[in-house]
Design a protein around this ligand. Sequence first.
Ligand code: PMP
Length: 390
Amino acid sequence: MWGHMHAGRMPEGYPQFFARAEGGHVWDADGTRYVDLMCAWGPILLGHRDPAVERAAARQAALGDAMNGPAPVMVELAERLVERIAHADWAIFAKNGSDATTACVTIARAATGRRAILVAEGSYHGALPWCTPVREGVTAEDRAHQHRFRYNDLASLEAAADAAGGDLAGVILTAFRHDNVVDQEMPDPTFLRGVRALCDRRGAALILDDVRAGFRLHPGGSWEGFGVRPDLAAFSKALGNGHAIAAITGSDPLREAAARVFVTGSFWCAAVPMAAALATLEELGRRDVPGHLAALGERLRAGLAERARGFNVGLRQSGPPAMPLFLFEGDEDVRLGRAFCAAALKAGAYLHPRHNMFLCAAHTEADIEAVLRAAEPGFQAVARLQAEGG
Ligand code: PMP
């Protein structure tokens, strides 16, 4: 089993295999149902097997999927993204988030003729050798021409840009700070404006990695509310509501470089995920999905905070409510978090102890109440461990 999908890395009792999924729920291979707050680690935005998306996918599947080139639906999808995403003048498509972030870096280098990329410490941009968090099998050369800075710290960004000097090709930044096992942070608007100004001053491309957050906070991309536009953006996860697709969007000055680089894959033209993505965007236009996720997220956050107080347990909740993360005070090794999640799982809620979670449009207030009920044995387990420890 690969990467973070290894149930051995999850708390006790977590299932490795899932038999089916519907709306806001998943069933493991033994038939146990859970309220699903991981949503396939982000791809499920409207709900598992959303009827409108699955109808569109089935219609396209009846015509063809992998063919010798894309189906016309690709043009419609690109047009829709360019309409929706303020910075976008063009779009190209791939499969995974790593494809999209890597293509953005390649395009930035091709456009500038320079090599250096500034990457925030602890940010995840995918699992290819240039960005995987685990260095096994990775060479120093794979990681060459990268300089680190701290998210939301303009002085450290300036220092990294100085280190890159005249070789600076681009800056890559996640939509907000959503690193593993640290409190999430929204981008400081002054920092974002500073990043934009630095890129403009130094002729570098600003790359938004919206793979994880894209379409959950705003239908036009996660920085829409900040008034800062990237030059390139990487999307995947939620775009196809579970169908494998990624998108790279770019502004006109990067178009020519995007046409020059050679990026492709055997399945990148597949038409079914494109039809699914188009239907997902249509649904996003019809209903206020980010509003629904935020409202449910607030409810979950308030309910967890109230219960944590009741059990006298220190709980930190951070980031946008639509993508909740909770960490326990003094729990650096996540022992408390794991015990909490193991107990909540037994009570029917699939949560994560150190990675942000994901709400979807199919979740209801009743699902949130079910999660809060499942959290009670979790808080009991944490209170018990704390009493034993003290
Ligand atoms: N960027 C971010 C911010 C991500 O969260 C992820 C996936 N967790 C990726 C890139 C890589 O996406 P994928 O796993 O689809 O390659």
